[in-house]
Design a protein around this ligand. Structure first.
Ligand code: SF4
Ligand code: SF4
Length: 282
């Protein structure tokens, strides 16, 4: 069997918003759900090599060779025309990398990082790659975090969990029908994952994107609070309330309501009433 490669959308050498401390953030390509407010829609789909973006690149950084799109980073000016034009929610600027290759890029940031966080897309679609990558970077003394939409059961990947320090888990709506409305998928596995991760002390953070009007945000936060409060006794974790903003969102979904600070504070108060103390509003 060849090496487990993953399609990598991008690697941000230093990030302070993807877990504790300074971290290298790795974004894998491909997602299994379709959030209406997705802030990185260009990470959702795999490139179909259709060539549409090639002729639109103003700098000639893209070409089609033997049916595959090729990217010349030296010519790219990061104008993002290609990702806006792509009809498949993809990007021609991805790379197919082995865990060893990603680990080598991470190593360059040692000793300035505490660890790595892998996101997407949905990185749990590539668990073998994650297991291999995490094993490598842990051997370098780094910590490992997964950022996930929670639709893939973590308990089915014990080897991965052994080399994972924590998970940042999205709960995009507590009510299953609302979750389906927001993402196109139900949330039975998401909620089961939340309990399982908390019980196994792997739940680092629960994230909720607040989009008033898209789903009943107050009711969702209330139910998340009631559902997860008993887990605080096992191990504490924080809740991040993320205000919807239209930046990067697909045009057809860019007119959702942006919540104000007062409303976000109100949601944080609800969580406090359930015993949560670590609440971050961003
Ligand atoms: S990135 Fe999108 S537009 Fe460009 S070749 Fe791939 S699928 Fe086509
Ligand atoms: S971002 Fe895309 S369209 Fe813009 S220069 Fe780079 S490759 Fe070309």
């Amino acid at each position: 069997m060849g090496p487990v490669k993953a399609v990598v959308n991008k690697i941000i050498p230093f990030s302070s918003v993807d877990g504790p401390g300074n971290r290298t953030a790795v974004f894998l390509q491909g997602c299994n759900i379709d959030c209406k407010y997705c802030h990185n829609p260009e990470t959702r789909g795999m490139c179909k090599n259709c060539g549409l973006c090639v002729e639109k690149c103003p700098k000639g950084a893209l070409s089609l060779e033997q049916g595959r799109v090729c990217f010349d980073s030296g010519k790219c000016v990061q104008c993002d025309t290609c990702i806006h034009i792509c009809p498949h929610d993809s990007s021609p600027r991805t790379e197919e990398l082995t865990p060893e290759e990603v680990s080598a890029r991470v190593r360059k940031q040692i000793p300035y990082i505490r660890g790595i966080s892998v996101s997407g897309g949905e990185c749990m679609l590539q668990p073998e790659f994650l297991t291999a990558l995490f094993s490598l970077v842990r051997a370098e003394g780094l910590t490992t975090l997964i950022d996930s939409n929670g639709t893939i059961p973590f308990w089915e990947y014990p080897e991965l969990m052994e080399v994972t320090d924590g998970v940042m888990l999205d709960i995009k709506a507590f009510d299953c029908r609302e979750h389906r409305h927001v993402t196109g998928a139900g949330n039975e596995t998401v909620l089961a994952n939340a309990l399982w991760l908390a019980e196994h002390k792997k739940l680092y953070e629960v994230r909720a994107v607040i989009v008033p009007g898209l789903y009943d945000t107050e009711n969702s936060i209330r139910q998340i609070g009631a559902y997860l409060a008993p887990c605080l006794a096992v191990s504490p974790f924080r809740v991040k309330l993320i205000a919807y903003r239209p930046m990067g969102v697909r045009r057809e979904y860019a007119d959702q309501k942006v919540p104000d600070q007062e409303y976000l504070n109100h949601l944080a108060e609800i969580l406090r009433s359930y015993g949560f103390s670590e609440i971050l509003i961003i």
